[in-house]
Design a protein around this ligand. Structure first.
Ligand SMILES: [Zn+2]
Length: 129
């Protein structure tokens, strides 16, 4: 059987990495796996999964421009949390090409914040670094 690398990590198999989350077989319990599975959902245009893992107060309605972005890779820089406030953080760099900008390669360097909603860890917002 052909092995499909996971979008979040070329050395991991999608089947054993983000796919179980995307299929709803299980839900990420740590901010790193949540972050990785959300990145993979962007790559695979899995809008349902992005909405599922997005806090209800900040989730956008519109994901129209997804086709313009070709994701090139994810690098996790730092994972930390503030347990007093029940806030969980991932600092990452995601590289991409945007066909609306003549396919120029660019990157997002973001500190994402995750909190619990309905007993599930979800993405609430991020700060560009
Ligand atoms: Zn993955």
């Amino acid at each position: 059987m052909k092995k499909t690398p996971c979008p979040c990590n070329p050395t991991a198999e999608y089947h054993n990495c983000c796919e179980p989350y995307h299929l709803g077989k299980t839900y990420p319990t740590r901010q790193e796996t949540l972050m990785r599975s959300r990145y993979s959902a962007y790559v695979l245009h899995n809008i349902d999964y992005l909405k599922l893992t997005w806090h209800s107060t900040t989730c956008p309605n519109d994901f129209d421009d997804m086709d313009a972005t070709k994701w090139l890779g994810l690098k996790i820089n730092k994972i930390h949390e503030n347990s007093d406030n029940q806030e969980y953080f991932v600092e990452f760099i995601a590289r991409y090409k945007d066909s609306n900008q003549n396919g120029k390669a660019d990157k997002i360097h973001e500190l994402s914040r995750f909190i619990y909603e309905n007993e599930r860890l979800v993405y609430i917002d991020g700060e560009f670094l």
